[in-house]
Design a protein around this ligand. Structure first.
Ligand code: MRU
Length: 345
């Protein structure tokens, strides 16, 4: 398994996803400010990975607090949490992690105890995500038959989860089970997570993959070249509406139009039952220069007005099933989800 996130000797080591596939560059981070910038700049990205890295970032931040007063310590810790909360708004894993770390620090007798509890919680979060992605991959692989061609969007593998992967984890598991699988990866404009990261990850695993531009998906579906679509998620509302990388909604509509199953694969840490529908999910809008420039090169005339919503919402009626580590959930989601998923944020 690719080691995208490692916690070693009180330092966080991450594979810089913004440099892939050109360079396999590791960053050693020892301050919480650096960890927060790394998330903001998408050197680490993907909903579960953002949560794991933020947890370790909080550990680093707490270790740097210089006070002997536990009350003052908690005040400063809360400011560190706020820094992470402001990095990326859509993936809910981050906010579940902040709630867990806050709870872990509460009611401790000493600063030493708070630091130990935070370290313990961060490691548990990381281990739980690894286990969840392995388990959901097993469940999801049951939906894959031999000779399937699977279309996937964005990047949902070890890089995005710090573990085995969600949609890509399912694909890897199906291949390990001996099934012959072809993958169609959308390039995923504007930051090309599909072209840069998914293709790179699949090459590491020797899994055949073909790259398409985002706009080619409908043509292939209409040509009956795709057996199913599997994507990840950044936040799933209580009714099954799913926020995921921009372009997911279009794929879901095209899949339904062409009678192709459309699966969402996500650990339960990606559910947000406090949101009754997807309309309540905050969508991150990033710098329009990510659209008008690529890798520093201008691809649209100066003065171009561009939009850059980073995610969209796929209404639950387009989702054939949601694959989690606790099992496969099918419609009606409003009834099924509360039994499967933790409620608290
Ligand atoms: O903006 P990104 O690259 O962080 O967006 C990531 C996605 O949308 C992924 O599909 C999602 O986080 C699932 S990752 C297992």
């Amino acid at each position: 398994m690719i080691r995208a996130i490692e916690w070693q000797d009180n330092k966080l080591r991450i594979l810089d996803q913004s440099a892939l596939p050109w360079q396999e560059r590791y960053l050693e981070l020892s301050s919480y400010q650096d960890v927060a910038s790394t998330i903001r700049e998408m050197k680490v990205r993907g909903a579960p990975a953002i949560g794991i890295v933020a947890a370790y970032g909080i550990v680093l931040g707490a270790q740097g607090i210089r006070t002997s007063s536990p009350t003052e310590f908690i005040t400063q810790l809360n400011l560190i949490m706020q820094t992470f909360a402001a990095t990326r708004p859509t993936a809910v894993n981050l906010f579940h992690v902040l709630a867990r770390m806050t709870k872990a620090a509460a009611s401790r007798e000493s600063i030493y105890d708070i630091n130990s509890a935070l370290r313990h919680e961060a490691t548990s979060i990381h281990h739980e995500e690894i286990a969840a992605s392995r388990q959901l991959s097993q469940f999801g692989a049951e939906l894959i038959s031999d000779d399937f061609t699977i279309l996937t969007h964005c990047n949902t593998g070890s890089l995005a989860t710090g573990g085995y992967g969600t949609a890509l984890g399912i694909i890897k598991t199906a291949v390990k089970q001996g099934k012959k699988v072809d993958v169609i990866a959308t390039e995923t404009r504007p930051l090309l997570q599909g072209a840069r990261l998914t293709i790179w990850e699949l090459q590491q695993e020797n899994i055949p993959a073909t790259l398409i531009t985002d706009s080619m998906a409908g043509y292939l579906m209409h040509q009956k070249k795709i057996n199913c679509v599997i994507v990840g998620a950044d936040r799933i509302a209580a009714n099954g509406d799913t926020a995921n990388k921009i372009g997911t909604y279009s794929l879901a509509v095209l899949a339904q139009e062409n009678s192709i199953p459309f699966y969402v694969a996500a650990p339960t840490s990606t559910f947000d039952l406090t949101m009754t529908t997807g309309d309540q999910i905050s969508i991150e809008h990033r710098n329009p220069e990510e659209v008008t420039l690529f890798s520093g090169t201008r691809i649209a005339p100066r003065g171009t007005v561009a939009l850059n919503p980073s995610f969209d919402i796929t209404p639950h009626n387009y989702v054939s099933a949601i694959i989690t580590e606790r099992g496969i959930i099918k419609s009606p989601y409003k009834q099924a989800l509360p039994n499967m998923v933790v409620k608290e944020i």
